[in-house]
Design a protein around this ligand. Structure first.
Ligand SMILES: C[S@@+](CC[C@H](N)C(=O)[O-])C[C@H]1O[C@@H](n2cnc3c(N)ncnc32)[C@H](O)[C@@H]1O
Length: 273
C-alpha cells in the first residue's frame, strides 16, 4: 500500500510534510465550529481521517473526560497526531489505523462521528456515511465538513491559480473523488438514508499579508511536490507546468491586497434516539 492509498482509493494530497504542516494549523474553532455547541462532557467521539490531529485534540478537550479516537487509513500522519497529543498532555485520545469504509468498531459505539475534509477525497462518500452511521449510537450525531473547489475564489486574478484549480479538479476526479463536495453533502446524506440532514456553511478567509504569504507558499510547496506531481503527470501536466503554478501561488501570496475564500458545507445529522 503506498502512503496515500486506502481501500477506497488514492488520497490526492498524500501526506508530505507540506500538507501535514498546513493541516496542523487547523483547530476545532476554525474547522468544526458548527459542531462545538452540540458537544457535551463525557461524549465518545470518532474523528474520521484525523490527519495530524489538531482538530481531534480540540474536540477531545470539548468532550473530556470522554474518549476520542482519531483514525487514518495509513500510519504516516499518526506520528504527528500522537506527538501533538503528548505535547498537550493528552494521554486519553487514541490514534489508530482504520479505514472509514470498514470501521473496526461495533455498531452504536460513538456519540459523535465526525469527518473534516474527508468525504471530498473518497470514491464512495455515500458508503462512508453509511459506515459512519453504523458506528454512531441512536440519538448520536454525524458531522461532516467539506470544501467546494469550483466555488473557491480569490483576488488578484492570477491565471496560474485558475490553471491550478482545473488541474486539481481533474486529478481528484481521476482518483474517483469529488472536489466540489460541499454542494453535494445533502445529496450524499439522502443517498445514505440519513434522516433529516441539515447543511450549513462557512468560509475560510485568507486576507492579511502574513496569512496570504503562508497560504501561497504552502500551496506552492504542496503542488510542486512529488506526490501531486506524479498524479498531475497522469493528467498531462509537465514539471514546467507545475513550476509555473507554484510560482503563481507565490506571486499571489506576496500581493499586498490578496484574498482567498474557501467555502465549506457542513452536514449535521442526529440519528433517531
Ligand atoms: C484533507 S485531509 C483532512 C485531515 C483532517 N481531518 C484535517 O482537516 O486536518 C483528509 C484525510 O482523510 C484521510 N482519508 C483518506 N481516505 C480515508 C479513508 N478511506 N478512511 C479514513 N480516512 C481517510 C486522509 O489520509 C487524510 O488525512
Amino acid at each position: 500500500m503506498s502512503k496515500n492509498v486506502s481501500s477506497d482509493g488514492r488520497y490526492t494530497h498524500g501526506h508530505p510534510a507540506s500538507t501535514l504542516a498546513s493541516h496542523a494549523t487547523r483547530s476545532a474553532a476554525s474547522s468544526a465550529a458548527y459542531l462545538l455547541p452540540l458537544l457535551r462532557r463525557g461524549m465518545r467521539l470518532l474523528d474520521v481521517g484525523c490527519g495530524p490531529g489538531t482538530i481531534t485534540l480540540d474536540l477531545a478537550e470539548a468532550v473530556a473526560p470522554g474518549q476520542v479516537v482519531g483514525i487514518e487509513p495509513v500510519e504516516t500522519p499518526l506520528s504527528a497526531s500522537r506527538a501533538a497529543a503528548s505535547e498537550r498532555g493528552d494521554a486519553i485520545t487514541q490514534f489508530e489505523v482504520a479505514d472509514v469504509m470498514d470501521l473496526p468498531y461495533d455498531d452504536d459505539s460513538f456519540d459523535v462521528v465526525h469527518a473534516h475534509q474527508v468525504l471530498q477525497h473518497l470514491t464512495d462518500p455515500v458508503g462512508a456515511l453509511r459506515e459512519m452511521r453504523r458506528v454512531c449510537r441512536p440519538g448520536g450525531w454525524i458531522a461532516a465538513r467539506d470544501a467546494d473547489y469550483a466555488a473557491m475564489s480569490w483576488h488578484p486574478d492570477v491565471p496560474e491559480l485558475s490553471e491550478w484549480r482545473a488541474l486539481y479538479r481533474a486529478v481528484a476526479r481521476a482518483n474517483g473523488a469529488e472536489p466540489d463536495a460541499a454542494r453535494r453533502l445533502r445529496s450524499w446524506a439522502l443517498a445514505a438514508e440519513l434522516p433529516e440532514p441539515r447543511v450549513s456553511g462557512s468560509l475560510w478567509v485568507y486576507s492579511d499579508e502574513a496569512t496570504c504569504r503562508w497560504w501561497g507558499e504552502s500551496q506552492a510547496d504542496r503542488y510542486a511536490g512529488e506526490v501531486f506531481a506524479a498524479q498531475a503527470a497522469e493528467q498531462g501536466a509537465s514539471a514546467d507546468d507545475l513550476a509555473r503554478i507554484a510560482q503563481g501561488w507565490r506571486r499571489w501570496g506576496s500581493t499586498p491586497d490578496a484574498t482567498f475564500l474557501m467555502p465549506h458545507g457542513e452536514l449535521l445529522v442526529q440519528l433517531p434516539g
